[in-house]
Write a protein that binds this ligand. Structure first.
Ligand SMILES: O=C(O)C(=O)C[C@H](O)[C@H](O)COP(=O)(O)O
Length: 210
């Protein structure tokens, strides 16, 4: 196992559900991270889908010591570098490219790239990665698809994300080649906009019990 994979294992191995969050408003970053951490989900992925995302990561890294903040929706090496500079502890990408694998090579901050097809999985595997995102999980074939990847790709563990919810998370988590799941259901846009941190902590508590 490479050092990057070992670091990813120690991060993902701690938590069955990784909240995938989108923050439009910088002032919501710290209370949202605190709400999730206090519900038992300290490891969070902030997607780079908003203008505020990098500042949100910076603020959470500086002000919420109990959280472990990573960056999601990383599409390019320059975004990888920006997210690392902002204080991300891990980097998530919806897919895998050669340039992203190069950016991650030798970096202390590990990459979780998305891979669905055998070819994509083999590309990531050749770069020494054992932990992969599987996105969009439900739409791409769900738990049955991931199950069928187990024998050709022994040693590869997935974090299915996309269409995962409290209702179907267990079907993924019961597979031996699934380490955790990712999902936005624990921090719905509506509750974030309403600053309903208690409701988000409750959703996190329910997810943390899985
Ligand atoms: O932005 C990224 O990097 C993505 O890969 C997409 C997210 O992981 C999904 O949008 C989360 O899926 P839902 O839980 O169905 O909302």
């Amino acid at each position: 196992m490479t050092s990057g994979s070992a670091r990813m294992k120690s991060l993902l191995g701690q938590q069955k559900v990784v909240p995938v969050i989108k923050i439009d408003d910088l002032e919501n970053a710290v209370p949202l991270a605190r709400a999730l951490a206090s519900g038992g989900l300290p490891l969070i992925e902030v997607t780079l889908r908003t203008k505020a995302a990098l500042d949100c990561i910076r603020k959470i890294a500086a002000e919420v010591p109990e959280a472990v903040v990573g960056a999601g929706t990383i599409l390019s090496p320059s975004q990888f570098d920006e997210a690392v500079s902002a204080g991300s502890k891990f980097i998530v990408s919806p897919g895998v490219t050669v340039s992203l694998l190069k950016a991650a090579e030798g970096n202390d901050v590990p990459l979780l790239p998305g891979a669905i097809t055998p070819g994509e999985i083999m590309l990531a595997r050749e770069a020494g990665l054992d932990f992969l995102k599987f996105f969009p999980a439900e739409q791409a074939g769900g738990a049955d698809f991931i199950k069928s990847l187990a024998s050709p790709f022994a040693g590869i563990s997935f974090c299915p994300t996309g269409g995962v919810s409290l209702a179907n998370a267990s079907s993924y988590l019961s597979l031996p080649n699934v380490v955790c799941v990712g999902g936005s259901w624990v921090a719905p846009d509506k509750l974030v906009a309403a600053k309903d941190w208690e409701a988000i902590t409750q959703l996190a508590r329910d997810a943390a019990k899985l």
